[in-house]
Design a protein. Structure first.
Length: 252
């Protein structure tokens, strides 16, 4: 089942998503949460950190597994996803850093790191709630469009489109790592709940195609149509095409 929520603004989308994530942590304080990077979830992370500092929720028993990491980048690099998570979320909440996990972008053997990460997720008993953004080519995590859905954590070459999209965070496109490690489709699809955040007009078309078009590895997010419990929180520009073509799908 997929539930679409549409907020007028990015702030509204972030507040709504934070409410869902906080509800998960309140209901199950030792939740395993799959986390995502990108610019979209930053507002949600800020809203959750505010709830935590007001004493409304605690992350002290929460364990996290991040979706992905650039390969070849040091965790201390200011564009690594480990650095992003520490700065935008972990340092602002009461989580134990030892309970947070991001694939190791400096692992000597990327395939061994993929196997380690899958084993780690299995040892946690899977993911209770998986947060996702969506790339403008439909990627989730760094599962890029291709000929097949890849089940396990995988070492992948980024598409030109993703390198271009992410170059805004680097001095130039040349500096964007060309490879990444990403949780595969299996861990994402086995998560008990999926929470997707999406904002901005540039995502409207791919979002509508992902949830109302064919299920195809050419649009990796489309596999979420097969998941039993998906909540999509969007802002009005991102939800515009769904609102126009499928207004009945938006429940709040
Ligand atoms: C990045 C990340 C994804 C993220 C997506 C969208 O490359 N690997 O996890 O969801 O692209 O990013 P943004 O939210 O900045 O649009």
């Amino acid at each position: 089942m997929i539930r679409f929520y549409c907020a007028e603004t990015y702030e509204g989308m972030s507040a709504r998503a934070a409410t869902f994530m906080a509800a998960q942590v309140l209901a199950k304080p030792d939740s395993v949460i799959g986390l995502a990077t990108g610019s979209t979830p930053i507002g949600m992370y800020t809203a959750l950190a505010d709830k935590c500092s007001r004493g409304e929720i605690t992350f002290k028993d929460v364990r996290t597994v991040n979706l992905d990491e650039y390969y070849g980048i040091d965790p201390t690099h200011d564009q690594s996803y480990r650095y992003f998570m520490n700065k935008n979320f972990f340092e602002k909440i009461d989580i134990c850093l030892g309970n947070t996990n991001v694939p190791n972008g400096k692992a000597e053997d990327p395939q061994a790191e993929c196997a380690r990460y899958d084993a780690l997720i299995d040892s946690y008993g899977g993911i209770d709630m998986q947060l996702l953004g969506i790339g403008r080519d439909g990627h989730i995590g760094f599962n890029e469009p291709g000929d097949a859905f890849i089940p396990g954590t995988n070492y992948i070459k980024l598409t030109e489109d993703t390198i271009d999209a992410n170059s805004r965070f680097f001095a130039s496109a040349d500096e964007v790592p060309k490879y990444a490690l990403t949780t595969g489709i299996r861990a994402i699809m086995q998560a008990k709940k999926i929470l997707m955040v999406v904002n901005g007009e540039s995502k409207a078309k791919i979002l509508e195609e992902a949830f109302f078009g064919p299920i195809t590895p050419a649009n990796p997010a489309s596999i979420l149509q097969l998941h039993p419990d998906v909540v999509v929180c969007g802002d009005a520009p991102a939800m515009a095409i769904i609102a126009e073509k499928h207004p009945e799908a938006i429940i709040g």
